[in-house]
Design a protein around this ligand. Structure first.
Ligand code: SF4
Length: 260
């Protein structure tokens, strides 16, 4: 693959000006992932999502060059990890994310720096994240453990992610949890997750209910038909909203048409 020309690229995500993704692809391979279509950028197919994570060649050189004019990014919102998790298994060796964070420290206090992950490897970089005043979001999915590995083949279990949130917070990093996605047959797990997060004093950025129509990979699951049927039942939506409002009454819930 050709070396990248830019590391920070303009974003179409609402509220985010620039994104930085150190890898092509994502080895976590979540079946509900919205980013699987990016596989085609590296001549791979959507159904191969989860089988590859290629380090971007030239990323650090491109980022250094861009940050030679740091004022371009002042006042902007920068997100590390929009279409891939920045803590891929190869990150332990390549350190592309760590080296990027180190460079992004030049924007400290001038830009709003965010990072999104579900990996415990993020704890390695607590020092830089604290130093750069990064806000770190950790996504915590709500699934039944009996099919957890079917939908998230390589991710740390949700309880480990709560542990990661605690570890980051204790290291002085600003954190929040993104509770997403919530599967419709896992409302007891939703309650338990929110109870644990509240007990830890972790803020929840938003709760996102499963959108079963957004990803063809999810359709391969033997549970798919049941999930769709459950999302259509108004009482399931009502119960989910009731649980969220009990623990985090001010948190936004993205419902993706549940109950219709
Ligand atoms: S970790 Fe994020 S980017 Fe990677 S597969 Fe899962 S949802 Fe997609």
């Amino acid at each position: 693959m050709a070396p990248v020309k830019s590391a920070l690229v303009p974003s179409r995500i609402p509220g985010v000006d620039y994104v930085l993704n150190p890898y092509y692809g994502c080895r976590f391979g979540c079946r509900f992932c919205y980013a699987h279509f990016t596989a085609r950028f590296v001549a791979r197919r959507s159904h191969e999502w989860g089988e590859f994570a290629y380090p971007k060649e030239g990323l650090i050189r491109a980022l250094s060059r861009q940050l030679n004019s740091p004022w371009r990014f002042y006042g902007k919102v920068v997100l590390v990890g929009s279409s891939t998790d920045p803590y891929q298994p190869p990150e332990a060796r390549h350190m592309l994310t760590r080296r990027s964070l180190n460079l992004l420290l030049r924007l400290k206090g001038r830009s709003r720096l965010h990072l999104l992950t579900r990996s415990s490897l993020v704890l390695r970089d607590s020092d830089l994240l604290r130093e750069g005043n990064f806000h770190v979001g950790v996504s915590v999915s709500v699934v039944r453990m009996e099919y957890f590995r079917d939908v998230e083949p390589l991710s740390p279990p949700p309880r480990v992610r709560i542990h990661v949130l605690r570890g980051l917070r204790d290291a002085g990093v600003e954190v929040s949890a993104f509770v997403a996605p919530v599967f419709p047959d896992a409302l007891a797990e939703l309650e338990e997750t929110l109870r644990l997060l509240r007990r830890e004093g972790v803020p929840v950025g938003h709760v996102e209910l499963l959108n079963p129509h957004k990803n063809p990979l999810l359709r391969e699951s033997r549970h798919y038909g049941r999930w769709v049927a459950l999302t259509r039942r108004p009482e399931v939506l009502k119960k989910a909203l009731g649980i969220v409002s009990r623990y985090y009454p001010k948190t936004q819930v993205l419902t993706h048409g549940w109950g219709d």
